[in-house]
Design a protein around this ligand. Structure first.
Ligand SMILES: NC(=O)c1ccc[n+]([C@@H]2O[C@H](COP(=O)([O-])OP(=O)(O)OC[C@H]3O[C@@H](n4cnc5c(N)ncnc54)[C@H](OP(=O)(O)O)[C@@H]3O)[C@@H](O)[C@H]2O)c1
Length: 271
C-alpha cells in the first residue's frame, strides 16, 4: 500500500536514508531540511514528484510552525522526527544560541510535529511516529561517554520518555510510536562539528533504517539497532518501573535530617 511520510533532516545521513528507502519502496515522502539544494538532489533520484522537498529551519518557531501545519494538513502515515544537531561542549562553555538550537531541533520540533500529526492519525485510525533519539539517552551514569553532552543527552532522554508515554497513550488507536536509538552512525553528524570518527567502527544509516522498520513490525517502542541482546533494554525499563513503583509519600530514611548533618549548598563527605 502506498504511504505518505514526512521525514525531517532528509538532506543527509539517516534522514536521507529513510527518504531513499521509503521512496524506493514506492511511498511518497515530504523531505524537510534547511539545505534545499540537497533535498532537490534526493528528489531528483525518484520519478513523478514522489519526494517533495520542503525547506525549513526547525531551530526556529516559524520553521517548526510551517512543518507542523503540514503535519496537520497532510494525511501522513509516517512522521520521522530525525533532524538533529549536537554541539558537544561543556555546558558552561556552550553558547546560548547553540543550546537553544539543540533544544529547538531535538526537543521542541519533534514534540510539536508529533502533536500536530497525532490527531489526524487517530482520526484515520492509523499512523506511525518515529523519534530518532540515540543510545546516549541511556549513558547518563557514564561520565566519560557523556562529557560535553548534557543538553544533547537530555534531549535524547526526552525523546525516549515522550515516545514511551505517547505509545501508551495511543494504545488501541492504531497509531504506533517508536524511539529509534542508534549508537554511532556513519553520517555527517560528527564531522559537521569538527570531529573525525573515520577510525571508529560505525553503523550505516541504511542499517539504522532497516532496524527501525523491522522494529516497528516487532512492536518495539524503543528500537536499539546495535544492541544484540534485547533483554538488556527490557531490564532497563523494568528497573525504571521498579524504582518508580517503589516510591512512597514518606521521606526515605537516608534523607531524614540528623543533628550536625550536612549544611545545604555545601559539599559534604557523603557520610
Ligand atoms: N550519527 C550518529 O552517530 C547518531 C547517533 C545517534 C543518533 N543520531 C541522531 O540521528 C539524527 C540524524 O543525524 P545524522 O547522523 O543523520 O546526521 P547528519 O548527517 O548531520 O544529518 C542531520 C540532518 O538534520 C538536519 N538538520 C539539522 N539542523 C536542522 C535544522 N535547524 N532544521 C532542519 N533540519 C536540520 C540536517 O539538514 P540541514 O543541515 O540541511 O538542515 C540533516 O539533514 C539526529 O537527530 C541525531 O541526533 C545520530
Amino acid at each position: 500500500m502506498n504511504m505518505l511520510a514526512l521525514v525531517t533532516g532528509a538532506s543527509s545521513g539517516i534522514g536521507r536514508a529513510f527518504t531513499r528507502r521509503l521512496a524506493g519502496d514506492g511511498h511518497d515522502v515530504i523531505a524537510v531540511a534547511r539545505r534545499a539544494e540537497r533535498l532537490e538532489e534526493v528528489a531528483a533520484g525518484f520519478p513523478g514528484g514522489r519526494v517533495r522537498p520542503f525547506a525549513a529551519d526547525l531551530a526556529t518557531g516559524e520553521g517548526v510552525d510551517a512543518v507542523a501545519r503540514m503535519c496537520a494538513a497532510e494525511p501522513l502515515d509516517l512522521l520521522v522526527n530525525n533532524a538533529g544537531v549536537a554541539h558537544y561542549m561543556p555546558l558552561a562553555e556552550l553558547p546560548e544560541a547553540k543550546a537553544r538550537e539543540v533544544v529547538g531541533v531535538k526537543v521542541a520540533a519533534p514534540t510539536m510535529l508529533a502533536r500536530a500529526a497525532v490527531p489526524g492519525m487517530v482520526t484515520r485510525g492509523g499512523g506511525t511516529i518515529v523519534n530518532v533519539a540515540g543510545m546516549l539517552a541511556f549513558g547518563g551514569p557514564d561520565p566519560a561517554a557523556q562529557m560535553g553532552r548534557a543538553v544533547y543527552t537530555g534531549a535524547l532522554a526526552h525523546l525516549v520518555a515522550m515516545s514511551q508515554t505517547l505509545a501508551a497513550e495511543l494504545a488501541g488507536t492504531g497509531v504506533r510510536v517508536q524511539a529509534l536509538c542508534p549508537g554511532v552512525v556513519a553520517t555527517e553528524f560528527h564531522e559537521r562539528q569538527g570531529m573525525d570518527l573515520g577510525g571508529t567502527p560505525r553503523m550505516s544509516a541504511e542499517d539504522v533504517v532497516t532496524a527501525c522498520l523491522r522494529g516497528l513490525e516487532l512492536g518495539e517502542v524503543v528500537c536499539a539497532p546495535g544492541v544484540e541482546d534485547e533483554r538488556l533494554l527490557r531490564a532497563v525499563f523494568d528497573a525504571d518501573l521498579a524504582a518508580f513503583g517503589a516510591q512512597s509519600p514518606r521521606l526515605a530514611t537516608r534523607y531524614v535530617s540528623r543533628p550536625g548533618g550536612p549544611v545545604p549548598g555545601r559539599a559534604g563527605n557523603g557520610s
